[in-house]
Design a protein around this ligand. Sequence first.
Ligand code: GLN
Length: 251
Amino acid sequence: MKKGLTVVILLIALTLGLAGCGQESSEKLIVGTEPTFPPFEYQDEETKEIVGFDIELIKAIAEEAGYEVEIQNLGFDGLIGALKSGNIDVIMSGMTITPEREEEVDFGTPYFDAGLMVAVPTDNTTINSVDDLDGKSVAVQIGTTGAEKAEELKEAGLVKEVKTFDTMDAVFLELLNGTVDAVINDKPVNEVFMAKNPGKIKMVGDILDGEQYGFAVASGETELLEKLNEGLEKVKASGKYDELKAKYFGE
Ligand code: GLN
């Protein structure tokens, strides 16, 4: 009886083992993102799942490249550190390709054109361009190009105070509460917060700079970067990229 049982267990173990070998388990990529940046990455209000243009795009790219994706929720200012320490494999977070960041990580082919704009409460009549930020307070998200811009304007003696927050939700809450005069942030994301708060927020002035988003891998991960870049090409060629753009931006 005892021997029989051992044989049965061995057989089960063997079967499971073989089944395991037969399965083509694709390698998993851990993708870090900061999910208060709609429509690029945000938490679905009901399911709490992290969704968005970036998330669907990186999943499609990874699938083409033969990887599975696990999404990890991180602070925006912690993404580059997490990549460098190997806690994540890829950053996909509406991250602008900048020369400073390029010294720390390797960016893929740019996948989206954006840029910064000033947002103010709709009833504000005094701020009509970036020059009108003279003596004003500005809210920004920590570690972003918007934060950098606001600091530059402060150093130039224009902006009086820069208030920094961890999430874009907190940044816009501050604007809606009237505790700051303006927000500096990426135009497509401002548009979503405007739509979510009808009649309350407007953008003023011109786009402050042209920016491009890229996914990033750790410096020197050339093979992974090439595979992902090829994946992006395929996602564009198949029409999936345009499909996602239409879904999230109506273009
Ligand atoms: N594109 C901006 C940056 O890279 C903001 C990104 C974000 O807040 N997710 O700094």
